[in-house]
Structures are given as C-alpha cells and as structure tokens.
Ligand binder design. Structure first.
Ligand SMILES: *[C@@H]1O[C@H](CO)[C@@H](O)[C@H](O)[C@H]1NC(C)=O
Ligand SMILES: *[C@@H]1O[C@H](CO)[C@@H](O)[C@H](O)[C@H]1NC(C)=O
Ligand SMILES: *[C@@H]1O[C@H](CO)[C@@H](O)[C@H](O)[C@H]1NC(C)=O
Length: 408
C-alpha cells in the first residue's frame, strides 16, 4: 500500500515563499531548510508498543490479563521505543553525546531539564502517560548537578521526574477525541456503518470470500460495524506478535496484510470528515497554531503524547504529504510528527513538518499541500480555512433529546 515516491533533492530553497510551491522541495539530510532558524518545536507522538486493549471473539488469549501490564498498557518493548524516541530528539535538539552538534543544526533545548522547559499534554489513556515517562528518560537524563540519589544507586544519575498534564477524557478534543459530544457519537456511528467504508474494507481484503473467511474465523458477527471489529482483530494480533505470542494459523492469509490496510481505514474514521476532525481534534489544531504564533509565550518544547488516530488526523488536517515513501502508511508504535517553528531571514515565522513513522525509522519531511517546506503561518492558516478546518466550533454537540445512540 505504500506508493513509491520520487525523492527529489532540490537545490537551495529561497526563504519565506508566500505563494504555493510544488511539493517535493528541498530536504537536506539534516532536515533544516536553508535561511531559517529553529525557534520552537511541538512533538506529537504515538505511545509505544502495548498489550491488546481487548480480545477478538475467537481470540485464544481471550482471558489473558497481560500482567504485569494489564490490557492496553505499554510493554517493555513499548518503554524501549519511547526511551529511544527521547534519545533521538535529544540528538536532534540538544546534541549528541560527546558534544556532537544537534542534527537539527540548532541547540534548541538545554542539556538538562528545568521547570517550565516543556509543556506536556497527554490523553487520559494511561499508556500515553507511561510513554511520556519513558520518553523523558531518554530526552533529559539529569546532569551531575541534578543527580539526586544518596544511597549510591544509579537511578538518580539516570532519571529525574518531569511532570505532565492529562487532558480529562470528557474534555479531550485534542488527543483521544473523547470529549462528551452526542452529535460526534452519532456521526462516528454513521461512519462505521457507511457502506462505502465497508466496501473499501472488503476490497482491501481482496473480495467477499476473504472478508467472510476472516469474519468467520475471528468470530465477528456484526456486518454493519465489521470495519471496527476487523481493526480490533488486527490490533490484537499485532500486539500479540510484538509480545512473541504464538498466533493461530488461520490469520496467515490476511495478517499482517491486507488486514493492516483495513486497520488504516478504521484509523481514518476518527477524522473522516470536517465534523469529526473538528469535534475530535479541534483543540489540537488551534493549540498547535496558537503556540506557533506566540512562541515566546510557550516553552521551547510542547509535547502531545497521543495515539495513531491523532497522528492520522493531524496529517489529514494539515494536509501533509510525505516526501519519501518511508513516510507513507500507518503510524506505528512511537511514530512522531514534529511541528518545527522556524524564522526566516525576513523575520517571518513558518512551520516545517517532519515525520518518523516508526521507531528507529528515518525522519521524513512532510509538506502541506499547496505550500512549501517552510510554510509561513499566514499561508498555512489560509490553507486550513479554505479547507474548512478552521475556524473550529462550527459543529454543535447537541442532538434532539429523543435520539438514541448505541452500537447495536
Ligand atoms: C475464558 O473464560 C471463560 C469463563 O471461564 C471460558 O468459558 C472460556 O472458555 C475462556 N476462553 C478461553 C479462550 O480460554
Ligand atoms: C521477541 O523476540 C525477539 C527476537 O527473538 C526479541 O528480541 C524480543 O525481546 C522478544 N520480545 C519479548 C517481549 O519477549
Ligand atoms: C495542554 O495543556 C495546557 C495546560 O493545562 C492547556 O492550557 C492547553 O490547552 C493544552 N493543550 C491542548 C491542545 O489541549
């Protein structure tokens, strides 16, 4: 499902370009466009590898509690991934070990954490909080002056506690999109049942026969919301595989592909249309843009510890197109989208976007459709307004009192 893209390395690019540029602009290996200075960064990342959130009907591990993690929590591998992501961003924004220059070209962040150096938002889903803890162990280990253990243990030389903010589930219009909003629930249900979505899933699976085969073996009975259930199946299998658990034989013809493609279809349901993008992620869109407009009013680093659906939504909302095939496809565990705020030679602010789709993968430049690698904030604002993504708040949450919302 990844389309090979021609990766063009163009020569130097001019500074602020106020008009549309063809996509595929300059992308030097270090990721910095010439003539701009990095002033601020917002990192939106997915949690690391986790245990399944729920079993599928015929799951041989149906009753497994996945202790010591429990359901839907970061595993040991997940902690490793987030720790590595923290180290990766340290190399990019602080510098490498032994005084190596930061790969972004600018030492944006200090060597050590200090209070106020970062603002972290997570969802109320605990794996995003676990991810933050592991991430900061990699990004900001304490220097000697901050080492705190007095009992001779190494811990105080390796780790300092760093606080984070949890957006309450019923107010979350940014990360997990779980804010109380009946009209959003109705719309989500309508999308799950959208015949076009079902058809796309059947087509992805190669036809009705494979679709029926998969449903039958997985124990999926509900035709109407089959996409949701097939996604849960894919997700459980992927988590179990990551835990080296033995998978049953029957999924072999469909796992990982083409089920993975069905999972991708499911991911798009969170941001299927303008209404869902606004009601699920509107605060993220405005939060990212308002921080970019006023970098001096914010810490140099803003972190959103999030989900694959959040990253998929942000890519859709900002209309980001990867400049390398490595950036295509679904956000894997600990995928990270960077919104780098740069100032050009004329003093204008603009965003540059980068995406690391999977742990250990390459950093790929992303370019908003109709803009350049350095996208001036005003141009970006117009692009989002023209697409209807802004202003947010156009969709009301109330529905008629008699409306019944249920997944049957
Ligand atoms: C899960 O537990 C229930 C109730 O004890 C049992 O009936 C079922 O067979 C178990 N499922 C599996 C896959 O072990
Ligand atoms: C799974 O197997 C791989 C390869 O042998 C190993 O590196 C990894 O640590 C294992 N993961 C778990 C959770 O045991
Ligand atoms: C992140 O948390 C801060 C601090 O509570 C809050 O002011 C801000 O609105 C949050 N951002 C988003 C996008 O929810």
């Amino acid at each position: 499902m990844t389309t090979a893209l021609c990766f063009m390395l163009l020569a130097a690019l001019g500074p602020a370009v106020a008009g549309p540029l063809p996509p595929g602009g300059a992308a030097p290996a270090d990721g910095t466009a010439p003539d701009t200075t990095l002033v601020h960064v917002q990192a939106l990342f997915r949690h690391g590898a986790r245990t399944p959130t729920n079993p599928y009907p015929s799951d041989p591990y149906y009753n497994n509690t996945y202790m010591p993690y429990g359901l839907g929590h970061l595993t040991k591998h997940g902690r490793q991934m987030e720790y590595e992501l923290g180290q990766y961003l340290r190399e990019r924004y602080v510098g490498g070990p032994d005084g190596a220059a930061p790969s972004s070209g600018t030492a944006l962040l200090a060597e050590e954490y200090s209070t106020g150096a970062v603002l972290v938002n997570t969802s109320a889903v605990e794996r995003t909080q676990e991810s933050v803890a592991a991430f900061f162990a990699g990004l900001w280990p304490p220097g000697e002056s901050q080492a705190w253990s007095t009992d001779g243990s190494r811990l105080g030389h390796l780790w300092v506690p760093i606080p984070y903010h949890i957006i309450p589930a019923d107010e979350d219009r940014a990360i997990a999109g779980t804010a109380l909003c009946p009209s959003r629930d109705l719309e989500t249900l309508r999308v799950y049942k959208d015949p076009a979505l079902l058809k796309a899933a059947v087509d992805a699976l190669g036809g009705t026969e494979t679709f029926e085969y998969t449903k039958k073996h997985a124990g999926i009975t509900d035709q109407q919301i089959a996409v949701l259930q097939l996604a849960a199946l894919y997700s459980a299998l992927a988590c179990q595989e990551d835990l080296n658990m033995t998978l049953p034989e029957w999924p072999r013809p469909v796992y990982p592909e083409p089920l993975r493609t069905v999972y991708h279809l499911f991911l798009t349901t969170y941001s299927y249309n303008l209404q869902l993008r606004q009601q699920n992620f509107g605060d993220l869109t405005t939060g990212i843009l308002s921080a970019a407009r006023q970098p001096e009013a914010h810490p140099k680093l803003l972190v959103y510890s999030a989900h694959d659906s959040t990253i998929t939504a942000a890519i859709t909302i900002f209309q980001l197109e990867p400049q390398d095939a490595a950036g295509m496809g679904i956000p894997e565990f600990s995928a990270c989208l960077l919104f780098e705020l740069h100032r050009d030679a004329s003093g204008a602010l603009g965003l540059q976007f980068f995406y690391r789709r999977e742990a250990g993968g390459p950093l790929v430049r992303m370019i908003p459709k109709g803009c350049g690698p350095f996208c001036p904030l005003g141009v970006l604002q117009s692009i989002l307004e023209d697409a209807g993504e802004l202003p947010i708040g156009r969709y009301k949450c109330d529905v008629p009192l008699t409306t019944e919302i249920k997944i049957d």
